[in-house]
Design a protein around this ligand. Structure first.
Ligand SMILES: [Zn+2]
Ligand SMILES: [Zn+2]
Length: 283
């Protein structure tokens, strides 16, 4: 089932980093929604990637705050927001992941549909340098200058002494020189600027997630027709091939509706777990 309930309506996108560039098309094409960006939105009030302003709570909380701020500023009933975090892959510590969340809020129906995309493709990294030679090598690795960087003195992290959004070599060089002198340990800290408009790799991940969210919103609940019907959790218990004992492997996808709480179990009907995963056959 598909939804036309959002056709011709407006949705507020709380961003000051140009995310409308990648959200407008998916929302329009899939749902007929027009993306509106509030004129004055201070999303840095919710903290920054660099850490000089601390983030209050989990990424999910920040995400919901941002979306509600967009609603408040525009007076609209539909809102969108995105929030990313970057950390080492739990199973592969040398790989950094870009973990993006996106929410769609419908205040009239009382929905907030959250979609997530974890991408292993990101240039997120940081380094401490004491010379220009180290700097050049770092800049090559992080796809500079199409991707911007941030420079600060190594011994301090304050909002008034930080050079952000640098995508010109001379500007980086100047900032590094200043920070080398200013830092007590004669070291400059450089990191990738992860704000979407300065990081095309991240912007592409956000675009993919926007399409994923739009597809989700098109799915209607088979019982109450609310939009956003889809995967809400997974359950383990895939039976062993030889003895049928439930294993730790995934067996069910639970698809659900936020409005009426209807849930549907989707079972892996043909798959069976290898004996290697079975606590009975392979204790
Ligand atoms: Zn429902
Ligand atoms: Zn078994």
């Amino acid at each position: 089932m598909e939804s036309a309930i959002y056709e011709g309506r407006q949705v507020a996108l709380a961003t000051k980093h140009g995310k409308e560039r990648v959200l407008t098309r998916p929302m329009k094409a899939a749902l007929g929604l027009e993306v509106v960006v509030p004129a004055k939105i201070e999303t840095d009030a919710f903290g920054t990637f660099t850490g000089e302003i601390e983030r209050p709570g989990s990424p999910l909380r920040v995400l919901l705050y941002k979306a509600r701020l967009g609603l408040k500023q525009t007076g609209l009933k539909l809102g969108l927001a995105n929030e990313g975090s970057f950390y080492p892959h739990p199973a592969m510590p040398f790989v950094t992941v870009d973990d993006e969340l996106m929410v769609f809020i419908d205040e009239e129906i009382g929905l907030n549909i959250v979609e997530r995309l974890v991408a292993a493709k990101t240039n997120y990294t940081r380094i401490k340098v004491q010379s220009m030679e180290e700097l050049k090598d770092f800049l090559r690795r992080v796809c500079f200058p199409s991707h911007a960087v941030i420079v600060r003195p190594n011994d301090r992290l304050t909002p008034d002494f930080i050079f952000k959004g640098l995508n010109d070599f001379e500007a980086v060089k100047r900032a590094v020189e200043i920070c080398l002198k200013a830092s007590n340990d004669r070291t400059a800290h450089i990191e990738t600027d992860m704000r979407a408009h300065l990081n095309p790799t991240r912007m592409r991940v956000i675009r993919q997630l926007a399409f994923k969210l739009a597809r989700r919103l098109k799915c209607l609940c088979p019982i109450c027709s609310a939009p956003g019907f889809g995967l809400i959790k997974t359950e383990s218990g895939l039976p062993c091939r030889s003895c049928q004992t439930p294993t730790e492997l995934l067996n069910f996808e639970i698809h659900g509706c936020q409005k009426c709480s209807y849930e549907m179990k989707k079972m892996n009907t043909d798959l069976k777990a290898d004996r290697a995963y079975c606590s009975n056959c392979n204790p």
